[in-house]
Design a protein. Structure first.
Length: 190
């Protein structure tokens, strides 16, 4: 393998490695938050806003753009093509801790609840304005709160860890091979 090809392959493998490291770190943080939030104290709260937000990713002839809209029947220009839509239930609630009022829109440890339009609309219909609910809050930072304790999904974290290790192994193997090629070429030059 030529040195320039080897460098290119190493760079090419480093990019997905960074993605998997990011996925692993995000997954690990989610696991950490889910585990500590189970011991948080609770207070009564009340829903003050309940809506479906839609993130629409669409393209025009010129560019691709992303924007967030509150879900209503949205019409698009005929020249635009919708690539995808992401639906989120945004449940805003207020609660009091030690006489201080707080507001939050965190549904779980990861924030808003995303899913299909039907799933998100069902959730919003179950939590209309003025619904009383139990709020779990961080005793060290009462503004950090959530209303649903999250079940930890280890799949993404384990998946990213396995691929991260495999990519590190491949990159190290390529470095070793590249160094061997460099040693052989320097011996030939002498």
């Amino acid at each position: 393998m030529k040195r320039s090809t080897s460098n290119f392959v190493i760079i090419l493998l480093t990019l997905p490695l960074l993605v998997f490291v990011g996925m692993f770190l995000i997954g690990s943080y989610g696991i950490y938050r889910a585990s500590i939030s189970k011991s948080w104290p609770t207070v009564q709260g009340i829903v003050i806003s309940s809506k479906v937000d839609t993130t629409v990713i669409h393209s025009t002839r010129d560019r691709t753009r992303k924007e967030v809209r509150t879900h209503v029947s949205t019409k698009f220009n005929r020249k635009e093509t919708v690539i995808s839509s992401i639906y989120s239930a945004v449940i805003t609630y207020k609660y009091q801790v030690n006489g201080v009022e707080y507001q939050s829109s965190n549904y779980t440890t990861t924030g808003a609840q995303e899913g299909t339009l039907t799933l998100v609309q069902d959730l919003v219909s179950q939590l209309p304005v003025n619904t009383q609910l139990v709020v779990h809050y961080n005793p060290n930072n009462p503004s950090d709160a959530l209303i649903v304790l999250q079940q930890v999904d280890l799949f993404i974290t384990i998946f990213s860890f396995i691929f991260m290790v495999l990519l590190i192994f491949l990159i190290l193997k390529l470095f070793k091979k590249r160094n061997k090629i460099n040693e052989n070429s320097s011996e030939l030059n002498n």
